[in-house]
Ligand binder design. Structure first.
Ligand code: DC
Length: 225
């Protein structure tokens, strides 16, 4: 048995998952693993190599043998690929769309599965993604499924982009999110789905602090000393 729990946080883009997972890990002094960053890493490698994103074997080949690791830099956990910090390259809209696409490939999912398990197996970790509670750690001690209304999720993403100095149109952000949701939840393997034993958390209209207080209390109740 693990001394410290595995906390799985799944949910669609814009549900507040990333902000909450990062801050919750900090409050609990757990490790934070952003599994979406791994899929973004695969997509970014494929784009950089100029590989056709629709050809599974070529996409898988560009990532095979590459060392994926996380290192804390300042306040964030950065993804490094073969020693190169790619944290600043993997958040573009181009990579978001490509990550959603390549994450549907079975070869990409199996390439990243053992890696995600190795990051979490000792416990004391908050993993966020789409299939953590259903596939990666189906016996995680705590599972949360975050969601929010489509309007609120689009507005959050729009504001996030603005904060980064990227102008965007709210309607097209909403359309991109809807497209990604559809792709992520209808793929054949490990689709975005709430695990039967996950606690649903509606973040619409709630502050991050309020959501964090709720999740932290639930995790602490389950911790074994
Ligand atoms: O969480 P994110 O938006 O950074 O994830 C990017 C893409 O990666 C997302 O569209 C779906 C995919 N993904 C996945 O399929 N499984 C995960 N556990 C995490 C992300």
């Amino acid at each position: 048995m693990r001394n410290l729990p595995i906390v799985a946080i799944d949910g669609p883009a814009g549900s507040g998952k990333s902000t909450v997972a990062k801050a919750l890990a900090k409050r609990l002094q757990f490790v934070h693993v952003d599994t979406g960053a791994l899929y973004r890493g695969v997509a970014w490698l494929a784009i950089r190599k100029g590989v056709e994103l629709g050809v599974e074997q070529d996409v898988v080949a560009t990532s095979s043998g590459v060392k994926f690791e996380f290192r804390y830099i300042g306040d964030g956990n950065h993804l490094f690929l073969d020693g190169e910090d790619v944290a600043n390259f993997i958040r573009t809209e181009e990579v978001s769309a490509a990550a959603s696409k390549v994450s549907a490939f079975p070869g990409v999912r199996s390439l990243l599965l053992d890696l995600q398990r190795s990051f979490g197996k000792t416990g004391g970790v908050v993993l966020e993604g789409r299939d953590i509670g259903t596939v990666v750690f189906p016996n995680a001690e705590l599972k949360f499924f975050l969601f929010a209304s489509p309007q609120e999720r689009a507005l959050r993403r729009h504001q996030e982009l603005k904060a980064k100095g990227i102008e965007s149109d709210l309607d097209s952000v909403a359309q991109d999110l809807a497209k990604r949701d559809h792709q992520d939840s209808t793929r054949a393997i490990a689709p975005l789905k709430q695990a039967a034993d996950a606690i649903p958390v509606d973040t619409s209209g709630k502050t991050i602090e309020a959501v964090l207080d709720q999740l932290e209390a639930l995790v602490r109740q389950r911790m074994v000393y």
